[in-house]
Design a protein around this ligand. Structure first.
Ligand code: GDP
Ligand code: MG
Length: 440
């Protein structure tokens, strides 16, 4: 799975404060692979890679940021730039025209969007102008019924422009008019002529191009033709519940200088969501939610700075690793939320020493960490700084004071020894490297 190999590559940047050209190349190659596999246009991928590379190498990571977080953030920002924000859709009276090839999902999307607007408190109507495909009327009517929205169509009328006009009049009490159109199997002049005529008659506020997520390179020509004919304001990507990631649709967005409005993810009217860049990007890359992760790391770092000003990571190097250090590290981890979730999500952990430790040294559950924190709150400064001073009688006192058991205390001390030993593996590192790493 591509996400995990990208994750692996990013993980290799752990503990590095400087990023080399090779590191950046490797990350960029993984991203290229993910995006190409997701059908993103080659030239778009190349542009993006260049931007990521130059920024990652030129920009100095801000204080308190690891090389990995720095790169991750750049990757995320550049991808947001590529996919764009979602198409603006004010909740007010409007007419929306849907265009696209046959089978792209227009009729389904029309009903889905109507359902979506009705949930937002507006009265929508679907107007069905497809006179080309047999059964189009029945299908559209059925879908509008299941969305419980107004519907207009006329199976006896053969002129789509007349249906569109009549439809707007017949549903004049609706606030949002969604005009569904016919498609063809391929781009044909009569399709383009027809949609131009409907557009003229309807004078829509928004013209959305509906694209199947599986569309690959064909997106470019389709986007150009429809854009030339009616002007495309936004894109809807359908069938994202399948294996296709919808990267081809980005070509259309880029071609038409538009944005993405909605994503379709199933056959029922409820299977629609507003486009939102971070979720879509995560899906493109096959990774967890990047935005959530980067925010989480930032928050944790900020809070750490605020709360523990008296804690100096360099003490950990100069002197010995103490329970104070361990408490600091645990609190930082705890703030990031459920540990398993953070681990799953990828890199992160911004310069946390526990992140540098072997897995078994880190094998503490969230619940365990909370208990440990409670215990440490019951210890004196002297005990925290010199855990070796904690003998049997102190163990009893701390257990009583913290409402835990003596075994809990022993387990904590064992955890401390494990971490302390694991830390020794870093003793071989140069002092300045080490200090830089700890400062992140
Ligand atoms: P149109 O020709 O552009 O109007 O396309 P339709 O709305 O008729 O959709 C074509 C087919 O794709 C139908 O079988 C739909 O049920 C299916 N479809 C549309 N959107 C989605 C979607 O988001 N997910 C899935 N799985 N199927 C969809
Ligand atoms: Mg249709």
């Amino acid at each position: 799975d591509l996400g995990s190999s990208l994750r692996g590559t990013l993980d290799k940047l752990r503990g590095k404060s400087r990023i080399s050209e090779e590191d950046v190349d490797e990350v960029v190659k993984e991203i290229q692979r993910s995006l190409l596999q997701a059908d993103v246009d080659t030239s778009l991928v190349m542009e993006l890679s260049d931007d990521i590379s130059s920024r990652a190498l030129d920009e100095e990571p801000p204080g308190g940021t690891t090389a990995r977080d720095h790169v991750l953030r750049i990757v995320y920002e550049e991808l947001v730039d590529l996919v764009g924000e979602s198409t603006e859709l004010p909740l007010e009276e409007q007419t929306i025209l849907l265009a696209g090839l046959q089978g792209s999902g227009k009729t389904t999307t029309a009903a889905k969007m109507a359902w979506w607007f009705s949930k937002k408190g507006l009265r929508p109507a679907v107007i069905q102008t497809d006179t080309f495909r047999p059964g189009a009327y029945d299908q559209a009517k059925q879908m509008a019924d299941s969305a419980e929205v107004s519907f207009y169509g006329d199976p006896d009328e053969s002129d789509p422009v007349a249906i569109a006009r009549d439809g707007l009049e017949a549903t004049s009490d609706a606030e949002v008019h969604i005009v569904d159109t016919a498609g063809r199997h391929a781009l044909e002049d009569d399709l383009i002529d027809e949609i131009e005529d409907i557009e003229d008659a309807v004078d829509p506020d928004r013209r959305l191009l509906v694209l199947d997520a599986a569309i690959g390179q064909g997106a470019k020509e389709q986007a150009q033709r429809f854009d030339d004919a009616i002007g495309i304001d936004g894109v809807v990507i359908t069938k994202l519940d399948g294996t296709a990631k919808g990267g081809g649709a980005l070509t259309a967005v880029n071609e038409t200088e538009s944005t993405i409005a909605f994503l379709g993810s199933g056959e029922t009217v409820k299977d629609i969501e507003r486009f939102e860049p971070s979720g879509f990007i995560s899906r493109l890359l096959g990774m967890g939610d990047l935005k959530q992760l980067t925010e989480r790391v930032e928050r944790a770092m900020e809070e750490t700075d605020e709360e523990e000003e008296d804690w100096d990571p360099e003490d950990m190097l100069q002197g010995e690793f103490t329970l104070k250090d361990m408490r600091h590290q645990m609190k930082a981890l705890d703030r990031m939320g459920p540990l398993g979730q953070v681990m799953d999500m990828i890199p992160g952990m911004g310069g946390n020493i526990m992140d540098q430790l072997p897995d078994d040294a880190m094998d503490v559950t969230q619940e365990r960490m909370r208990t440990f924190e409670t215990i440490m709150d019951s210890m004196t400064e002297g005990e925290l700084e010199n855990p070796r001073s904690i003998g049997q009688s102190r163990t009893e006192r701390i257990a009583r004071g913290s409402g835990t058991s003596e075994d809990d205390i022993r387990e904590l001390l064992q955890q401390y020894r494990t971490m302390s030993q694991a830390l020794k593996q870093f003793q071989g590192m140069g002092d300045s490297d080490m200090q830089r790493m700890m400062k992140q």
